[in-house]
Design a protein around this ligand. Structure first.
Ligand code: GLA
Ligand code: ZN
Length: 663
């Protein structure tokens, strides 16, 4: 029996006498795994070299006696006070040059050699102690790497490592000066030792330097994790290693971090007070799961699945009956092989007193506990079959950390966000019940009928060629505004009009553009006028066909969206950000032209998603709304779970079985 449901557990926060009750209640709920100890360094090493692992061994053994396995976290996101007292230099420096201090978490510099030595000592002892423990199955390295590291760290150690990283990348200082365009504002360097971390300047910053800095920070975090992975792999060859990612968070390149891991895990909190709405829309959550699956092209674990109202100082909305289960099964539908709920019991102390779990402060099983129990009772039997199966979409959206960095540095328009832009394209497909994969541009695209590559801002000759080959060979590609603008080091392209060589692919040129700073614009598509946002590329046709034209601006009646046959395929160019309605209609046109299958029809808020093994296909229909819904499926399926076909109760999850129909 595999492991499919679990909770994040902190036995050290509660009296020992309670542990057995916890284990029993967990077992009755269907819990098969806990994650523990990812913030418990002080409990495990109260003074340098004095280890106390007994309490954790006791907890692992007790849980194991109830059939519950343990994943242990390395607590390196929270070095204890005695380390900080001894080595205050490991605390990070922010952009204003201030040291950030002990008292929260992530108060560590990830390049610091002294801190690495503390980690080596601790993780080695920890791993040895649990290597042969029958209750332990794997490790989580650190916790949410990149979280809280937004503007950290600018210390001298990080500076020296950044200089070394640049030296290795560019070889000579002349090459760096060229790549960074330091002729501007007298920014030339004589040697690498002059280059600092990006402390706050008087005004402005060099976009090329900032891109390298962000890539360096990502490499540093991967290296920080690799250091621990090496220790764990050597001492615990029979345990898996994972890490809890944060959806689209971009401090570390997750494709690269995934390379160190046996599988990727994710944390998701759809309903918190920081969300713009009571909770994040289901389409955005679906995209999170799809990108997580894409980081390693494999099923994943949910290491923290929201189970209660979330908040630190301020709280979000309470979860409605069934909502947690709908979110959990959404994770499964998109490729989660295991769902671990955060957290078992709401904590009575510390910053996260109001981040609610399966049990409330009182520890009595209530509404959430019983909902979780019903969920595992209903779906545990299928989870075994799902394991290893994958969604197999016909459509891919290109995702890139470097593009994301470039737009963080220069958003072009104040509201333009790279991930938000991907989410807009994603939503149009999601609402049509069309499954999507996220891929990197240079991946093999040939398995996809349609590839959507928004904002291909930084361009390389290799990527240009790759896209041209894909379309030449029969692929269908959507490119958008802000494509081919910059080279790999974030300097503007100067050889040709935009979008560079991809202009041949799209049959267009973009000699001018307009930023819709304080206004929206209009487009005529068919006979209808639609709203567009943020940007207008002024397009000259060079063989392409116009699909839609601007209806506003001095460039009205010129092309806004174009279509071009190239080789055996088609390239579309969308020179603006379509408003929701235009997005929907253009995507209907493009997906139907490409013959993309839709799983069914239903209102927004009703999700359809499939996972497939070599023989079987499972279809999930999920109602993310608090209302009854109806739907219709395109295809023959057998209902495995659910009250009534074509009808959904609020937050109901239905499961169907089918057969693979792939052409
Ligand atoms: C994150 C962390 C957890 C916890 C929760 C709630 O996802 O990984 O340790 O802090 O948020 O704040
Ligand atoms: Zn540092």
């Amino acid at each position: 029996m595999g492991i499919h449901f679990g909770v994040d557990y902190y036995p050290e926060h509660w009296p020992r006498e309670r542990w057995e009750t916890d284990a029993r209640l967990m077992k009755e709920m269907g819990v098969q795994v806990v994650r523990m100890a990812e913030f418990s360094w002080f409990k495990m090493e109260p003074a340098e070299g004095e280890f106390d692992f007994e309490w954790l061994e006791d907890a692992v053994a007790l849980l194991d006696s109830y059939g519950i396995k343990s994943v242990l976290g390395t607590p390196t996101a929270a070095p204890p006070a005695w380390i900080i007292q001894k080595n205050p230099e490991i605390q990070p420096i922010d952009r204003e040059g201030r040291r950030r201090h002990f008292g929260g978490r992530h108060h560590d510099c990830q390049s610091n050699a002294v801190y690495r030595a503390h980690i080596s000592r601790f993780v080695t002892a920890y791993a040895k102690r649990f290597a042969d423990n029958p209750g332990v199955i794997g490790w989580q390295i650190d916790n949410e790497l990149g979280n809280s590291h937004g503007d950290l760290c600018m210390c001298d150690s990080c500076k020296r490592q950044f200089q070394a990283w640049l030296h290795k990348k560019y070889g000579t200082i002349e090459a760096l000066n060229d790549a960074w365009g330091t002729a501007f504002w007298s920014q030339g360097y004589n040697h690498f030792e002059q280059i600092g971390t990006p402390l706050l300047t008087a005004v402005g910053e060099n976009p090329s330097a900032m891109l390298d800095w962000k890539c360096f920070c990502s490499d540093l975090i991967v290296d920080f994790a690799a250091h621990q992975a090496r220790i764990l792999r050597e001492i615990c060859p029979n345990h898996f290693i994972t890490h809890n990612f944060m959806c689209f968070d971009n401090k570390v390149n997750y494709y690269e971090l995934a390379g160190l891991l046996d599988f990727v895990s994710n944390d998701i909190y759809p309903a918190g007070h920081w969300q713009k709405q009571p909770h994040q829309p289901d389409s955005e959550l679906a995209a999170c799961h799809d990108v997580i699956r894409g980081y390693k092209k494999k099923p994943f674990w949910m290491m923290e699945q929201q189970s209660g109202m979330a908040g630190w100082e301020i709280m979000g909305r309470a979860l409605e009956p069934g909502q947690m289960s709908a979110w959990a099964m959404q994770s499964v539908a998109h490729g989660a092989d295991a769902v671990v709920f955060f957290r078992w019991r709401t904590c009575a102390m510390g910053t996260e007193q109001y981040w609610h779990g399966i049990l409330g402060h009182s520890g009595n099983p209530g509404r959430t506990y019983h909902e979780a129990k019903r969920l595992t009772e209903t779906f545990a039997k299928y989870m075994e079959d799902f394991e290893g199966s994958m969604p197999r979409p016909e459509v891919a959206i290109v995702h890139s950390f470097r593009q994301n960095y470039a737009f963080d540095i220069q958003p072009n328009h104040p509201q333009l966000g790279y991930v938000e832009q991907l989410q807009k394209y994603y939503k149009a497909l999601y609402d049509k019940k069309i499954p999507v994969d996220f891929v990197q541009g240079m991946d093999d695209l040939s398995q996809y009928q349609l590839v959507i590559a928004p904002l291909q801002y930084l361009m390389t000759p290799e990527l240009e060629q790759h896209y041209m080959d894909y379309v030449e060979g029969g692929g269908n590609l959507v490119l958008t505004m802000r494509t081919g603008v910059k080279d790999a080091t974030n300097l503007c392209m100067t050889d040709r009009e935009l979008p560079g060589r991809l202009g041949d692919l799209c049959g267009i040129e973009v000699p001018e553009y307009d930023c819709l700073l304080e206004t929206t614009g209009g487009v005529l598509y068919g006979k209808k006028e639609y709203t567009i946002e943020k940007w207008c590329d002024m397009i000259t046709l060079k063989g392409a066909q116009q699909i839609a034209e601007y209806s506003t601006g001095f460039y009205k009646q010129t092309p806004a969206v174009t279509e071009n046959k190239y080789g055996n395929g088609t390239a579309w160019y969308i020179g603006t950000e379509p408003g929701e309605e235009l997005m929907e209609d253009i995507m209907t046109y493009i997906t139907s032209t490409c013959g993309i299958e839709t799983l069914g029809t239903a209102a927004d808020g009703v999700e359809m998603m499939t996972r497939e093994s070599d023989e079987k296909l499972w279809l999930f229909v999920i109602n993310h709304t608090g209302d009854e819904q109806v739907y219709h499926l395109h295809g023959m399926y057998t209902l495995l779970e659910g009250e009534r076909e074509e009808f959904l109760q609020p937050y109901e999850v239905q499961l169907f079985e089918g057969y693979r129909r792939r052409k």
